[in-house]
Every structure is written in structure tokens, then in C-alpha cells.
Design a binder for this molecule. Structure first.
Ligand code: SAM
Length: 282
């Protein structure tokens, strides 16, 4: 930890919804700081007002980080204590905080962390999916082609995967994941620590159906089951396409899902699989 009387950049975690989720140390650091650098100063003011803290605020966000970053680091070099907070949770996780940390090391100034809540870990522990090994993906690319390419990379990822997404992109993301990965288990974690906190644990197929005709609202974290080793790189050459379809249908898949999954497994177009499904009972 840096000495008390020297300049330092403090990466200070703040609540992700419930204002009580702030540590005693975070409150002390915010009270003692010379400046607070915040992603959205109006948003941070609500937190500061709640705890009766009044400090000079510096706006530091995605669009001004290249100009403001060096100014903040210069303040630290001059001996000032600067607390960096993001809109929610741990600064540096899917927000511009990470750039400032890099600049601090490059400039040789002190930097430390004041840990606290993060939506990623909170969602993971609530998901009921394996927590022993996990991968954090943050936000996937917005552009559809790049997003699907990234999802393809997850086909063989055996660790539980944590994904952030804005509500208006949730439906498209779920559809893309179902298309590319097939139906895995997913926990849809919404509004963590807030009044309408909700965790829905279902299959990707059910998730897509659930949101058909509904509008996702609030803040979301998706926690996706990792690839199961027994479904990866399986050799299907001993099975006819029809038997391959039967396997999935008898495991509970609809005919449509089974066709998709078999096409995926065999890396062939669905149109080549579909004719074999016509006279199968589902
Ligand atoms: N730095 C933050 C952290 O440590 O979690 C994340 C910042 S990122 C810009 C914002 C995203 O985090 C949201 O789009 C959402 O995916 C997730 N998030 C933040 N607060 C949340 C909450 N209360 N419930 C669910 N997701 C949340």
C-alpha cells in the first residue's frame, strides 16, 4: 500500500445498485481524496451526496480518457490523492479505468485498489454454474459478424463464461449464441442488488423463446455454461444422420433444434440434414 502522505491513484469500487454496498475503506478514501475522477459525475454525485461527501470531481470517461488521463496522472505526481470510480462496481472492468492504471505505471506513480462489488463476480456466484474456473468476456462486439466470430471462439471454452450486455442487444446476443453454440445452460442475471434483482436459469433455447415478444429491461449479466468435453469433437462417423437426429430428439430436443445441432456437429448445412428429419417422430 502507498504511504499515507504521498500522491496515489486509488481504484475505488462503488455499489452496483444498492448504495449500502460500499466498504468502510472506500468511504474513507473518498472522504480523504483531493479529487474524485468519475465516469459520469452526475451519477457519482448521488453516491457522494448519500454519504455527505463533497469533493472536486474530474470527469473521466471513454471519450476524454486520452486528454484527461495524463492530467489525472500529473495530479498524482504532484502529490494529490485521486480516487477513480466508475458508474458501478470495480473501475477497470469493462470501463476506461484500465487505461489509467497503465498510464500510472508508465509514469511511475503509486496506484492501489480499494476492492468492492463487481457485477461479473456477483452474477457468477448467483448463477449456479461452476465457479471453479471461469472466463470473463465483458461486452462482445456490437457488429454482428464480429460478435458471431467471438461466439465461435467460445465453442470449445470449457470454463463458465461471463458476458455483459446492454438490454437492447440481449435478444440478438441470445439468438446468436443459440445459433452458434446450440442449446447450453445459461443464467440471465438482471438488476443485481436492486429491488427487481432476478436470476433466470434456463437453456439458451428457452431464453430465446422467453424473450420472443418481451422487451429486456434493466442491467444484465449473462453467465453461460462452458462446453461439455463429451460434446466437443465427438466423432459422429459411426452414426447415420438419421440416428444422430434420433439421439438428440430422444434427449428432448425439438426436431428443429436437433437439425440445427446435427448440422453444427457435422459442420454441414442444415439443408443437408433436414430431409432426414421429415419422417422422424418428435
Ligand atoms: N465496472 C463494472 C463492474 O465492475 O461490474 C462494470 C461496468 S460496465 C460499463 C456495465 C455493465 O455491467 C452493464 O452493462 C451490465 O452488464 C453490468 N452491470 C453493472 N451493474 C449491474 C447490475 N446491478 N446488475 C446486472 N448487471 C450489471
Amino acid at each position: 500500500m502507498p504511504s499515507e502522505d504521498k500522491g496515489c491513484l486509488y481504484l475505488c469500487a462503488t455499489p452496483i445498485g444498492n448504495l449500502e454496498d460500499i466498504t468502510l475503506r472506500a468511504l474513507r478514501i473518498l472522504k480523504e481524496a483531493d479529487y474524485i475522477a468519475a465516469e459520469d459525475t452526475r451519477h457519482t454525485l448521488k453516491l457522494l451526496n448519500h454519504y455527505d461527501i463533497s469533493k472536486p470531481l474530474i470527469s473521466y470517461h471513454e471519450h476524454n480518457r486520452m486528454e484527461k488521463g495524463p492530467e489525472i496522472i500529473e495530479l498524482v505526481r504532484q502529490g494529490k490523492k485521486v480516487a477513480l470510480v466508475s458508474d458501478a462496481g470495480m473501475p477497470g472492468i469493462s470501463d476506461p479505468g484500465a487505461d489509467l492504471v497503465k498510464m500510472a505505471y508508465e509514469a511511475g506513480v503509486s496506484v492501489t485498489v480499494v476492492p468492492g462489488p463487481s457485477a461479473a463476480l456477483s452474477a457468477l456466484v448467483l448463477s449456479s454454474l461452476p465457479t471453479r474456473r471461469f472466463a470473463f468476456e465483458g461486452f462482445l462486439p456490437r457488429e454482428r459478424k464480429q460478435r458471431r466470430e467471438r461466439i465461435q471462439m467460445l465453442q470449445t471454452e470449457q470454463r463458465t463464461v461471463i458476458i455483459y450486455e446492454a438490454p437492447h442487444r440481449i435478444k440478438a446476443l441470445l439468438r446468436d449464441m443459440l445459433d452458434v453454440l446450440g442449446s447450453r445452460r445459461i443464467a440471465i442475471v438482471r438488476e443485481l442488488t436492486k429491488i427487481y434483482e432476478e436470476v433466470m436459469i434456463m437453456s439458451l433455447q428457452e431464453a430465446v423463446e422467453y424473450y420472443d415478444g418481451r422487451t429486456p429491461k434493466g442491467e444484465f449479466v449473462l453467465v453461460l455454461e462452458g462446453a461439455q468435453p463429451d460434446t466437443m469433437d465427438r466423432d459422429f462417423s459411426h452414426l447415420s444422420i438419421k440416428d444422430h437426429l434420433r439421439e438428440y430428439i430422444s434427449a428432448g430436443m425439438s426436431k428443429k433444434e436437433a437439425v440445427k445441432q446435427v448440422a453444427r456437429d457435422r459442420k454441414i448445412p442444415k439443408s443437408q440434414v433436414y430431409p432426414y428429419s421429415i419422417d422422424l417422430e418428435a
